[in-house]
Design a protein around this ligand. Structure first.
Ligand code: GDP
Ligand code: MG
Length: 175
């Protein structure tokens, strides 16, 4: 915990995407380096914070997690309010969650600021044998839409921190 450190910036980031893609686990891996095997679909906190050094500034990332309302497409505009960045997560083992990425981009277009920085995250990369979304498809889509892209595993921790750092660095560059 860096509670005594001087904070230069607080960046709000929202995590969105279909239910069960691993949003909550990606966040808890990043914020607490934990993976919880019996995680329920809901954890009762609105956001978690992590303070880290970005381009030699002290940045407090305030990362918002849904409480299951994405299941009903009922994420409110309050959730998006003031967000500088968005982690749009799909599950590489569920094609449908990738097909729905376009809907989430539309949600962002409606509710979030125009300048919101978006990272497309293909999670559950540890489940290669169950893969339904080729990396190339996602990479091409991300390129066309001007999004950052990486594949992560909340389970092993692969790329999770790197993906958040990349997003925070880009926010730093644009704000
Ligand atoms: P959310 O609804 O998007 O918040 O999804 P959760 O974080 O609750 O995760 C849904 C399920 O996927 C849980 O059973 C997790 O244990 C599992 N899960 C999440 N991330 C990963 C991952 O990277 N790899 C694997 N193998 N399972 C994951
Ligand atoms: Mg969740």
């Amino acid at each position: 915990n860096n509670g005594d450190e001087k904070i230069d910036y607080v960046y709000k980031v929202v995590v969105i995407g279909d239910s069960a893609v691993g949003k909550t686990q990606v966040l808890s891996r990043f914020a607490r380096n934990e993976f919880c095997f019996d995680s329920k679909s809901t954890i009762g906190v609105e956001f978690q914070t992590k303070t880290l050094s970005i381009k030699s500034k002290v940045v407090k990332a305030q990362i918002w997690d849904t409480a299951g309302q994405e299941r009903y497409r009922a994420v409110t505009s309050a959730y998006y309010r003031g967000a500088l960045g968005a982690m749009l997560v799909y599950d590489i083992t569920k094609r449908k969650t990738f097909d729905n990425v376009a809907r989430w981009l539309e949600e962002l277009r409606v509710h979030a600021d125009n300048s919101v920085v978006i990272a497309l995250i293909g999670n559950k990369a540890d489940l290669e044998d169950k893969r339904e979304v080729p990396s190339e498809d996602a990479m091409e889509f991300a390129e066309n839409q001007n999004l950052y892209f990486s594949e992560t595993s909340a389970f092993t921790g692969d790329n999770v921190e790197a993906a958040f750092v990349k997003l925070l660095e880009e926010i730093y560059a644009v704000v």
